[in-house]
Design a protein around this ligand. Structure first.
Ligand SMILES: Cc1ncc(C[n+]2csc(CCOP(=O)(O)OP(=O)(O)O)c2C)c(N)n1
Ligand SMILES: [Mg+2]
Length: 666
């Protein structure tokens, strides 16, 4: 390694240590120990700090997100436009340097990391997206999609189950352009990894089908560079490079758990300065180090220019492909799809999961860049895109993904696919198993990624599979997650409107869909866009009572309304396919649908009542299920658990009674 490179590495180490020290908070150990591999990796990467979004760039994921100061130091030094002032305000309000790297917040951060393990799965998704886009667009002499995906992981990420799921799939898929560097310092928060993590990680990865290399000394940048070169040369297997490092190398806290997540302290910093013979002021970047990075930038600019030249030629040689490229990178759905009458063609009773399958296939006719699949439940989730092939080691052009039974990785991989660009990602399983993928959905939301979660078997309507398979609290939990649209459509039309919104949203959506058939209603439709709307109003004037429901229970409130009206009780029927959207409407609209003056209300949903409290008011009531289900035919369960027209009618009368009593003079 040249002296200037050594000096650049030392600069990274001090920027990280000083920023954590100044913030009095953060994780200095890993950045200090991994600085040599980080510089070696970034130096050779294909990227352009002057154009962080350049489509041709290699992707880098800091899966060990707590080591954020490593990434911020790199972004600053490589010239991504992250000023030194931002490093000085690490972890402070309003800074571009939050505790963990946040996509969309700091230029150059490819994905939000921090929840350990997910970054690895994001990287797998990025590599899958690259592979499919390359298969779709590259032509002889025009490798317009050709990048590596790099991830840097610590011990922690590799203990996480989601990483195991993701790397297992990556090995199966032979993602040769996925390269992971493992900062093996054998330290985590509680101490040495021998406390809980003693397996042979290399052998495990070999068993997964990865090529594994070892670098015995994390300071040996030549060995790291060679390992990266070898990994790049192997185009048929993903690569793991296990680099033995020392946490907080060169400080008195080296190889200790206290270096993980505490500032080094003034004394240790002083000793570190002596070890590295570093006499710079805190946050100072020596001029020759600045010059070194400026010189690297010249190379990146050249690379980018060369890519642009190839792309310009490609545009000329393949104008149709170029048009397609633009279409694939379009966020909005084409108007032709929105005007296709088949979107709203269902007239027969149908399960919304069946409708969903038809819609996905219809959408795929116009939107060929759908990319997704199910966690081994495609026949139940109805998610297969017919005739579009399956993505695999031998077929990178396939649009369908067999995720295997790996729900969490599936969702985190979809985040990676969506972040790569060029795709609409979707994934599927039973609604009850959103529990298995929820942490990735949360990151979809934090990152504003419109991943579509097709979650079927949405209630006790699952029937015989019993309580383990019957979601109860899930809808409420998902609705409580900020930045997620939860759709529970009542029929085919509402399902279609939900899909159109989901794919164009700037946030993830969950579609909760039924296993069992539902009727089609004449009155449903565009109101879905407002999340809740009147589908049938009281026959004569202002309603006495409002019935509201989502999904399969809309049928119940329709029928109950008929009975109530027959008794002279004026009843309004409100379908609420998306509470999140309804909440976003202006006060006037909400008042028009749920007038304050109508206090008798019933909300019906085959799930916990949690979501509905804010709509029913003090005198309203719910017909919901606040306990686990049971194993029996769906019809029996609905009856046994009170989801009957009679019960809804009784609930409406009880609410009316309450209002009447309350209005009595005391
Ligand atoms: C899912 C998840 N669980 C727990 C944590 C809290 N946490 C942050 S870092 C860490 C230990 C990570 O160890 P390692 O990756 O070896 O990093 P190092 O100590 O070497 O910096 C833990 C438990 C987290 N960020 N994410
Ligand atoms: Mg560690």
């Amino acid at each position: 390694m040249s002296t200037i490179e050594q000096k650049a590495i030392t600069t990274i180490r001090f920027l990280a240590a000083e920023a954590v020290q100044k913030a009095n908070s953060g994780h200095p150990g890993l950045p200090i120990g991994a600085a040599p591999m980080a510089l070696t990796l970034w130096k050779q990467m294909k990227h352009d700090p002057k154009d962080a979004d350049w489509a041709g760039r290699d992707r880098f994921v800091l899966s060990a997100g707590h080591a954020s100061m490593l990434e911020y130091s790199l972004l600053h030094l490589f010239g991504y436009g992250l000023p030194i002032e931002e490093l000085k305000s690490f972890r402070q309000w309003g800074s571009k340097t939050p505790g963990h790297p946040e996509f969309g917040h700091t230029v150059g951060v490819e994905t939000t990391t921090g929840p350990l393990g997910q970054g690895i799965a994001n990287a797998v998704g990025l590599a899958m997206a690259e592979a499919r886009l390359a298969a779709e667009f590259n032509r002889e002499g025009f490798p317009i999609v050709d990048n590596y995906t790099y991830a840097l992981t610590g011990d922690g990420c590799l203990m996480e189950g989601v990483a195991a799921e993701a790397v297992s799939l990556a090995g199966h898929l032979g993602l040769g352009k996925l390269i992971m560097l493992y900062d093996r310092n054998e330290i985590t928060i509680e101490g040495n990894t021998n406390l809980a993590f003693t397996e042979d990680v290399g052998k495990r990865f070999e068993a997964y089908g990865w090529t594994v290399q070892h670098v015995a000394d994390g300071e040996d940048t030549a060995a790291i560079a060679t390992a990266i070169d070898n990994a790049k040369a192997d185009k048929t297997h993903p690569s793991l490079i296990i680099v033995r490092t020392e946490i907080a190398h060169g400080t008195p806290k080296a190889n200790s758990a206290s270096a993980h997540g505490e500032p080094l302290g003034a004394d240790a910093l002083k000793a570190m300065r002596e070890f590295y013979q570093w006499n710079e002021e805190p946050f100072a970047v020596p001029e020759d180090v600045k010059a070194y990075f400026a010189e690297l930038q010249a190379g990146y600019s050249k690379q980018h220019a060369a890519y642009d030249a190839v792309f310009a030629e490609y545009k000329k040689a393949y104008p149709d492909l170029y048009t397609k490229w633009v279409a694939w990178h379009e966020k909005m759905l084409p108007d032709a799809l929105k005007n296709d009458p088949r979107l709203f063609a269902s007239t027969e009773p149908k399960a919304t999961r069946i409708v969903s399958g038809e819609l996905l296939n219809l959408i795929a006719e116009y939107v060929p860049n759908l990319f997704g699949g199910s966690a081994d439940l495609a026949p139940s989730n109805k998610t297969e895109l017919k005739g579009k092939g399956f993505f695999g080691a031998e077929n990178h052009a396939g649009a369908n993904i067999h995720f295997g039974i790996r729900e969490f990785a599936m969702a985190a991989i979809c985040n990676g696919i969506q972040l790569y660009g060029g795709f609409h990602a979707y994934c599927a399983t039973f609604l009850v198993f959103t529990d298995y993928l929820k942490p990735a959905l949360r990151l979809s939301a934090i990152m504003h990624q419109p991943v579509v979660y097709v979650m079927t078997h949405d209630s006790i309507g699952v029937g015989e599979d019993g309580p383990t398979h019957q979601p109860i609290e899930h809808l409420a939990a998902l609705r409580a997650t900020p930045g997620v649209l939860v759709f529970r459509p009542a029929d085919a039309k509402e399902t279609a409107y939900s899909y159109l919104m989901a794919f164009e949203a700037d946030k993830p959506s969950v579609l909760a869909l039924t296993r069992q058939n539902l009727p089609q209603y004449a009155e449903t439709g565009e109101g879905t866009n407002k999340g809740g709307y009147i589908v049938k109003d009281a026959k004569n004037g202002k309603p006495d009572v409002i019935l509201m429901a989502s999904g399969s229970e809309v049928e119940l409130i329709y029928k109950a309304a008929d009975l109530l009206e027959a008794e002279g009780i004026k009843t309004r029927v409100v379908s609420m396919p998306c509470l999140d959207l309804f909440d976003d409407q202006d006060a006037g609209y909400k008042e028009a649908v749920l007038p304050r003056s109508v206090r008798a209300r019933v909300a019906v949903e085959a799930a916990t009542a949690y979501s509905w409290d804010r709509y029913i008011g003090l005198d309203g009531t719910t017909v919901c299920i606040d306990h686990y289900g049971a194993s029996a035919p769906a019809g029996v369960l609905f009856k046994e658990f009170g989801f009957t027209v009679e019960h809804v009618v009784a609930a409406a009368k009880a609410s009316l009674e309450k209002v009447k009593n309350w209005n009595k003079p005391v």
